[in-house]
Design a binder for this molecule. Structure first.
Ligand code: CA
Length: 222
């Protein structure tokens, strides 16, 4: 693994401890619309596009996909609940992990399913000097969300590196699957309530108990 040139980081559940807020607002918004969803199911679907997640529940309860209008209403309700919650804190250990990558001289790439417009602002506030617009893949850039490999393939392209020259840091099963299908060695940081096995079954090459452990691993790489 001595030819590493870039590390691709997911955001929610990796850089920010935002998943409890997402899981809460998804499960409550869906349930308001008659699509009963547990927080655990929200974690299982983390990384999927909003529309894709809504359709899974709509198929189960309504035996059809949701219309565009229904999707807009549900997503708006989810966003409203989410915005009422306190802003998520940076994930403990994430800063040290980013610093380790920077000290190696490797590129840092963001690959997120999020489409918040304030993304860069939040990143530069909490992680100043690590991220740039050119090395960022968001929901605006891709046609297919995770678990499709497109987001991570686009991350490689933006960094100008091959899959063998990169590592991915992910926390969610669908994100791990996306990275694995892109052919990239994948470090899973288990920062949520799901068992480790879900992450290794999704294709994680290594599973860690959190970002502190990921940071120590990255720091120790040659
Ligand atoms: Ca994530």
């Amino acid at each position: 693994m001595s030819d590493i040139k870039a590390v691709l980081f997911d955001m929610d559940g990796v850089l920010f401890d935002s998943m409890p807020n997402h899981a809460y607002s998804w499960s409550h918004a869906m349930t308001q619309f008659g699509l009963a969803m547990t927080t655990e199911e929200a974690y299982m679907n983390e990384g999927r596009t909003g529309g894709g997640t809504i359709d899974i529940l709509a198929q189960r309860f309504w035996h059809r996909n949701a219309t565009e209008e229904e999707k807009q209403h549900i997503y708006a309700a989810k966003t409203e609940l989410f915005n009422r919650l306190p802003e998520a804190e940076p994930m403990p250990g994430a800063l040290e992990a980013l610093q380790a990558v920077k000290d190696h001289g490797w590129k840092i790439v963001l690959v997120t399913g999020s489409g918040q417009v304030t993304l860069l602002e939040r990143l530069s506030k909490h992680y100043p000097g690590f991220f740039s617009q050119e090395l960022m893949v968001t929901s605006f850039d891709v046609k297919h969300g995770k678990p499709h490999p497109e987001p991570y393939l686009m991350g490689l392209e933006k960094a100008g590196v091959r899959a063998e020259e990169a590592l991915v840091v992910e926390n969610a099963p669908l994100g791990v699957e996306s990275a694995h299908r892109a052919g990239i060695f994948t470090l899973a940081a288990n920062t949520g309530p799901l068992p480790d096995k879900v992450l290794s079954d999704a294709g994680a090459d290594l599973v860690f108990r959190g970002m502190r452990e990921v940071g120590a691993y990255l720091r120790a790489l040659p």
